[in-house]
Design a binder for this molecule. Structure first.
Ligand SMILES: Cc1cc2nc3c(=O)[nH]c(=O)nc-3n(C[C@H](O)[C@H](O)[C@H](O)COP(=O)(O)OP(=O)(O)OC[C@H]3O[C@@H](n4cnc5c(N)ncnc54)[C@H](O)[C@@H]3O)c2cc1C
Length: 488
């Protein structure tokens, strides 16, 4: 099949609906259910973009007589990486960067893991050819241009205990038993953004801490989201079916988040990638380099999102005529600096890219680690700047119905702007609201703090892996330098 159209995406979703639960009831058809239909159609738009003559060559590539989505391209050169990055940005632009888990994020994961399939042939279960399962899974996902969700963390029951010490050993997802057909798993995982996906990938989670080397919690597999026994409990929807002009983001891009329940789910052997081996599970993201290809999608997506913040901020400044004030210029400049830092980190990641052990051109870790630690820290400030610049304008926003109602002529007069009609001004301010302050915007704020992991542990991980010794050495050498001889 190769690169899908939007219609093909919607058809598959309708025919194989994930077991989603929203507001106490099962979602029979995510393409028509009020909580998911708009984002489903927005995702369809992303798939259609692949066939738009303006973007087709960037968003797809040809191999074996078929066109595939660029996120599946195995980069062999830095130019390949640049194409992948440009495609990530175009796709992110579609939602102003607010679709955090657009399909290319997980597709990059599957590409890297599939190419590093030999990694999964180590350790327990070698005779089951887990590496081949991983490679075939990549080929299957690419051939059908599938959309994946994923869930890495255990339920937040008691972080001071190991999963096996909780009141029930299957609060967290774990292996129950092996059968001739496959492996039975039970428990739950947090937190699958974009549950309206074709498949869920339970890639070995990061940092399992158990006594001994073998753990029932060390498991990796991929499954269709409509597998029996698998359910997704969604959070409260932010898309309330309201006017797109009034709610430009939440009415289109509420990607949903769910916790995932595995009620004795059978994973067929050909879908199992890893079992029991804690070390392999803990290192899977790093040693397959999947984390770097995903982080590369992220840095490109954040460039797109920061550009959207800049556009909104300057739009507000132009609208209210505040551009001559120095502090306003300073605030917009802060967004510019963030944008330029992220762009520079993207360039540095490609510049420092190297072929990895599996022949994949892999972006450099240092700049990507910097990006994924820096952005969660700066993001709240981007929000704050929009709110400081927009002030009461971001709350006094009559709706389209108000504009067309009995007070419409007053709205037109009093809410006009320096360079815009009331209608134009209100559209912009409503976007600012949805980006930073609505329930959709608040969730974006939370998402940016946590989507790549706990920021505290991410910075500790950076501290652990970063080679600081050359810098310490340099200081030692400097301190040991003899005083220069000064001629009398
Ligand atoms: C909107 C949103 C979308 C998400 N989407 C996804 C997704 O698509 N897929 C996915 O897999 N995950 C997703 N996540 C989950 C994300 O990976 C986690 O939120 C993140 O890893 C933090 O884990 P936690 O939420 O379980 O927090 P916890 O680990 O419970 O942390 C809670 C607090 O305790 C502290 N803490 C806990 N343990 C330790 C420790 N060992 N050392 C130091 N401090 C500790 C933390 O610093 C934090 O302050 C999403 C999260 C959010 C908020």
């Amino acid at each position: 099949m190769g690169a899908r159209t939007g219609q093909q995406f919607l058809d598959r979703l309708r025919q194989n609906p994930p077991n989603l639960y929203v507001d106490g009831a099962r979602v029979e058809d995510p393409t028509t259910h009020p909580a998911t239909r708009n984002v489903a159609h927005s995702l369809a738009g992303l798939y259609d973009l692949q066939h738009d003559p303006r973007y087709r060559d960037l968003l797809t590539f040809e191999e074996g007589g078929e066109r595939h989505a660029t996120a599946f391209l195995v980069p062999r050169t830095k130019d390949d990486l640049r194409k992948i990055g440009a495609a990530h940005r175009v796709r992110a632009d579609y939602s102003l960067g607010t679709l955090g888990r657009a399909p290319d994020y997980m597709n990059a994961n599957v590409m890297a893991a599939g190419m590093a399939s030999a990694y999964f042939d180590q350790g327990e279960g070698q005779e089951r050819h887990f590496g081949e399962h991983m490679r075939r899974y990549f080929e299957y996902v690419r051939a059908n241009d599938l959309c994946l969700t994923h869930a890495l963390t255990n339920p937040q029951v008691n972080r001071s205990k190991q999963a096996s010490e909780l009141p029930d050993p299957y609060i967290a997802l774990g292996i129950v038993e092996e059968t001739a057909a496959g492996v039975i798993v039970r428990g739950a995982r947090m937190l699958a953004t974009l549950p309206i996906a074709d498949e869920i990938l339970i890639f070995p989670s990061t940092v399992i801490k158990e006594n001994g080397d073998r753990s029932r919690y060390a498991v990796g597999f991929g499954l269709p989201t409509d597998t029996p026994g698998l359910s997704f409990q969604c959070r409260e929807p932010f898309d309330l079916g309201r006017d797109t002009e009034d709610h430009p983001l939440s009415s289109r891009f509420d990607e949903q988040d769910a916790f995932v329940i595995f009620d004795d789910v059978l994973i067929p052997w050909e879908r199992v990638f890893l079992m029991y081996d804690m070390t392999l599970a803990n290192q899977a993201y790093a040693k397959t380099d999947a984390v770097l290809h995903m982080a590369y999608q992220v840095v490109n997506q954040k460039i797109s999102k920061t550009g959207a913040f800049l556009g909104v901020a300057q739009g507000i400044v132009d609208t209210v005529g505040s551009g001559q004030f120095q502090h306003v210029q300073g605030k917009v400049s802060e967004i510019i600096i963030t944008l330029e830092i992220m762009k520079a980190l993207e360039v540095a990641a490609v510049d420092g890219a190297q072929l990895n052990a599996y022949g994949v051109m892999t972006p450099a870790r240092g700049p990507l680690d910097a990006a994924r630690n820096y952005y969660p820290a700066i993001y709240p400030r981007l929000n704050e700047i929009i709110q400081l610049l927009g002030a009461s304008g971001i709350i006094m926003m009559p709706s389209r119905a108000d504009r067309e109602g009995p007070l419409g002529h007053f709205i037109e007069k009093h809410l006009q702007a320096t360079n815009a009609t009331a209608e134009e001004r209100l559209k912009l301010f409503r976007l600012a609201w949805d980006l930073t302050l609505s329930s959709f915007g608040a969730r974006q704020n939370l998402y940016e703090k946590h989507f790549f992991g706990d920021p505290i542990r991410m910075s500790s991980a950076l501290y652990e892996v970063y080679d600081k010794q050359p810098y310490v050495q340099r200081i030692r050498q400097f301190l040991d330098q003899p005083k220069p001889v000064v001629a009398d």
